[in-house]
Design a binder for this molecule. Structure first.
Ligand SMILES: [Zn+2]
Ligand SMILES: [Zn+2]
Length: 369
C-alpha cells in the first residue's frame, strides 16, 4: 500500500508530531515504545507554537510527540525564526501544525533500540524527511524525495515546541567547539552553501547578493569566500553596515542602477519584487539564483518573464544545502553569525517573537525553551 502525503496536511488532525511519517511505508512496523515512553503510560503534553489557517497560537498542552520507528525525540535548546516561517504564516504551502525548522537540541530518546547511541547527543538536523525508496531518493536526490515531509513546513510538525520528533537519519552531531548560538544557524548557512554547489565560478565574476536580511547576509559572507567580486544590495543601512565588518562591499538598492551588468545575482529578498530587480541587474547570458520563496497569496502583479528569454538568462532554483559544509564553516569561524542575532525570546513568547521577526530592522530572532 502506498500513500501520498499532501502538502496541506494538518499535523493537528492526527494528534501532533507523529505526522504522516509514523505510518509511512518506510516506517511500517512495530514501534518500540520502551525507550521513549513513561512506564506509567502518562501523556506529557508540550508547549508548542502552532499555525492553523494563518492563526499563530501558543498551545500550552499540545499532544505529546510520538516518535515513529527510526525517529528521535529531541528537546530543542535554541530555535531560529526564518523568513519561511513568516511566509507560512501568510499561507505559503498551506501548512498547519507546529512551526519551526531551525534548531539545535539534545536527543532525549529514540524509538528504536539500535539508535540508542544518539540519546544525550547534541544535534542539528536536516529538515527533509524522506522515504529512501522513490526514484529521486534512489538517484541520490533525497532532498527531492517524492514522498517527503518537511520539518515544520510540509506534513510534519516542526521544532517550535518543548519536544519534537525527527528521523535519526536526519541528525548530525554538533562538535563541542560549536556552541548553541552558532549551531542554530547550521540550516540557513547550509542553504547558503548550496549556491556554491550549484554555481560554476569562472574568471572572477561580479556577484550581487540581493537582500540584506537573515539569508542575504549569510549568503553575502559565503559568496565572498569565492574567487569573485561580491556586493550585497539591500534597503536597510543599519543591516548593510554589518558588511563592513566582513569586508564585503554593500550598496543601497536606491543607489544601484539596474544596468544588466552583473554576472550572477542571488535573490535573497524574500519579496515578490526581488526577481524583477534581479532581471534588471543580471547581464545577458548571466545567472540568477533564486533563494526566495514567497507565499503565492502575496503575488500581486504578474512577473514579466520576457527579459529572461531575450537576455538568455540562466535561472537556478536553490533550496536546502550541505550541513557538513555549514558545520565546517562554523567550526572554522569562516562566517560571523552572532552579529545577526537581533533578539532572543522564550518559546512561551513565540507569538510576539514571530511578529518581531517580521519587522524590517530585525535580522535573526532566536527562541529558547
Ligand atoms: Zn529556514
Ligand atoms: Zn523518496
Amino acid at each position: 500500500m502506498h500513500r501520498r502525503y499532501h502538502w496541506g496536511y494538518s499535523g493537528r488532525d492526527s494528534g501532533g508530531a507523529r505526522g504522516s511519517l509514523a505510518d509511512h511505508p518506510a516506517r511500517v512496523g512495530q514501534i518500540d515504545r520502551a525507550l521513549n515512553h513513561d512506564p506509567r503510560g502518562a501523556s506529557k503534553p508540550v508547549l508548542a507554537l502552532t499555525l492553523d489557517a494563518s492563526q499563530i497560537q501558543l498551545q500550552p498542552k499540545h499532544a505529546e510527540p510520538q516518535p515513529g520507528l527510526g525517529d528521535a525525540l529531541i528537546r530543542p535548546t535554541r530555535m531560529g525564526i526564518c523568513a519561511t516561517d513568516l511566509e507560512l504564516c501568510k499561507g505559503y504551502m498551506g501548512f498547519a501544525g507546529v512551526l519551526g525548522h531551525e534548531f539545535v537540541g539534545v536527543v532525549e530518546s529514540v524509538a528504536d533500540r539500535k539508535d540508542g547511541k544518539w540519546v544525550g547527543k547534541r544535534v542539528v538536523g536536516t529538515i527533509n524527511c524522506v522515504c529512501g525508496k522513490c526514484d529521486m531518493c534512489k538517484a541520490g536526490l533525497r532532498e527531492h524525495c517524492r514522498d517527503r515531509t518537511v520539518l515544520g513546513i510540509a506534513g510534519r510538525d516542526g521544532c517550535f515546541a518543548e519536544r519534537f520528533t525527527l528521523p535519526v537519519w536526519n541528525l548530525i552531531e554538533v562538535p563541542e567547539n560549536i556552541d548553541d548560538d552558532h549551531a542554530v544557524f547550521t540550516e540557513p548557512l547550509a542553504a547558503a552553501y548550496q549556491i556554491v554547489r550549484q554555481l560554476t565560478i569562472e574568471g572572477r565574476p561580479y556577484i550581487t547578493v540581493l537582500g540584506d536580511g537573515r539569508l542575504g547576509l549569510l549568503c553575502a559572507q559565503v559568496m565572498s569566500q569565492l574567487n569573485a567580486t561580491v556586493r550585497c544590495v539591500g534597503k536597510h543601512t543599519e543591516k548593510l553596515q554589518l558588511c563592513e565588518k566582513w569586508g564585503v562591499k554593500h550598496r543601497l538598492l536606491e543607489d544601484v542602477g539596474l544596468r544588466n551588468d552583473q554576472d550572477i545575482v542571488v535573490d535573497c529578498t524574500g519579496s515578490p519584487s526581488g526577481f524583477t530587480t534581479a532581471l534588471g541587474m543580471v547581464r545577458p547570458r548571466g545567472t540568477i539564483v533564486m533563494k526566495t520563496t514567497v507565499a503565492s497569496q502575496a503575488l500581486k502583479e504578474p512577473v514579466d518573464l520576457a527579459p529572461l528569454v531575450v537576455n538568455e538568462i540562466n535561472l537556478i532554483g536553490s533550496r536546502c544545502g550541505p550541513f557538513s559544509e555549514a558545520i565546517a564553516s562554523l567550526s572554522g569561524e569562516k562566517v560571523d553569525v552572532l552579529s545577526l542575532i537581533s533578539r532572543r525570546a522564550k518559546l512561551a513568547d513565540g507569538v510576539d517573537a514571530l511578529k518581531t521577526a517580521a519587522k524590517p530592522d530585525v535580522i535573526k530572532v532566536l527562541l529558547e525553551p
